[in-house]
Design a protein around this ligand. Sequence first.
Ligand code: NFS
Ligand code: SF4
Length: 624
Amino acid sequence: KKDLTAYSICSDARAMIKKAREDGVETVWDRLEEQEPQCGFCELGLSCRNCIMGPCRIDPFGNGPKRGVCGADADVIVARNFGRMVAAGAAAHSDHGRDLVETLHAVAQGQTTDYGVRDEAKLRRIAAEVGLEVEGKDVKAVAAALADQFYEDYGFKRGSMSFLGRVPAKRQEVWKKFGITPRGIDRDVVEMMHRTHMGVDNDAVSLCLHAARLSLADGWGGSMIATELSDILFGTPAPATAKVNLGVLKADHVNILVHGHSPIVSEMILAAVRDPGLIAKAKAAGAAGINLAGLCCTGNELLMRQGIPMAGNHLMTELAIVTGAVEVVVVDYQCIMPSLVTVAGCYHSRIVTTSPKAHFTGATHVEFDMHNARQKAIEVVELAIERFTARDQGRVDIPGEPVDIMTGFSNEAILTALGGSAGPLLDAIKAGQIRGAVAVVGCNNPKVKHDYQNSNLIRECIKRDLLVLVTGCVTVSAGKQGLLMPSAADLAGPGLSAVCKALGIPPVLHMGSCVDNSRIIQLCGMLANALGVDISDLPVAAAAPEWYSEKAATIGLYAVASGVFTVLGLAPPILGSKAVTDLAVSGLEGVVGATFAVEGDPVKAAELIDARVRAKRKALGLTP
Ligand code: NFS
Ligand code: SF4
């Protein structure tokens, strides 16, 4: 076994990997070792099992086959595989968005009292923005009209999408020129499944352009709808402080973790843990109270809006259970390792699944819907209290002290902090105090040292006076290193540091979950509009240093297709095709004005970003 320092930079992670070994619990790192060496054909994108004349593999070197049974070559196979990857990512985000549309619809029709509109002003503002009549209409009527409008964004009747008005005119022209304006969320995702069936789209460039189009249907569609409706239903985030790392678990409390993505379930769990009757029950069972903390993106949702602490990111999910202090992990969907059921089985913990579309064998299924959610959440908390009585305190080890973080930087909050407009931010960018902005987003991946690339790329960026925006699992990476506090301004370059100190904000702003990358792309659109330029003209970049998921591939592609240079810490499975690789790392520049780069070293990645920012600043007539 490797030394613990090889796995993670975080002391809480290392302590729990050690405990997992002692407790005989297998983790993601153990299973990665068992899988190695992983399949080279698949890594390069050169294997295809799209039909049963196959499966086929292309030999990237010597004298092996250069074509699948149907005749598809490396370029077509790689592009098809990548297209399906992007489609799956868009489907995940957008199906999550769909659940919020359905919830808004149910609220509007009076079919649920468990949910309601918490930010009516935002509801009216968004409805007006997408062209709906709001004057003189009551909240339910506006909600009904907005839900109907968004239903159509998923379909193909209208052939356009509500938030395309947020896209700068020059960007819209680019999309039109290359035929990649998204038309409908489900339509564009389904069309990729069609195109990648044997014998449909057999041109790598054509496939990649459609992948770009469907990714835009996610970024400016499904994800954006998820973000905006979550704000309308649960409140628009505003700056607040909270805490992060496994130290947020409490040895004397009933501990409940929420894991997954949509706030629809986690918000109900939050309501239930605050129920005085349930708190009394927990006390009667010998606990000091009920403690709720988050994992992954639904954790980000509760953190952004409600200041609920974060226990960890993707690679901390198994380790959180290894503390022996977790009664229940309540999940909905996405990024939930099936291994959690096995890990929970080694302790007194239970995994509770809640979604009809995400069952886990061996878990406890408590199905939530819009009509019963409040009641189901109470049942889950009661189960956690019962589990607390089965906890073996002798096996509990909660490592570390929680670290303070600042959260809640929605675009609305950022504009408010700036005094109502993006003007001061643009002034700081023009003056070179803030040289540019970088979205550092995405996951963890056991192939790289946990949180190392995420947190060090952030440090390298702020040093160079680049404002950093974080979402998803990077939030926890940054937070644990103290980078989400105003005091981190001391680690920033002189310009950024001065701006942060004047405003009392950190140099790294937490903007939410992964669907909330739509906030960042919207902010880019606002900045480009304010300057009268295209997004590709802005001194901005994105990075996903430790990405693992199909969703992250989709986010990366919609960033690039929107004009944002994007650095990936790990290569996507496209290297088996020279045509697709060349397109990704250089050819796209001439199409959408941005490309991907692959760089795992945080210093080198920051240098690539810096070079892009320099070039863009220069082109805008600003000091580099
Ligand atoms: Ni994003 Fe969220 Fe985390 Fe990665 Fe998964 S939780 S949607 S995919 S692992 S950042
Ligand atoms: Fe093989 Fe072509 Fe079928 Fe893919 S689609 S499995 S390359 S025959």
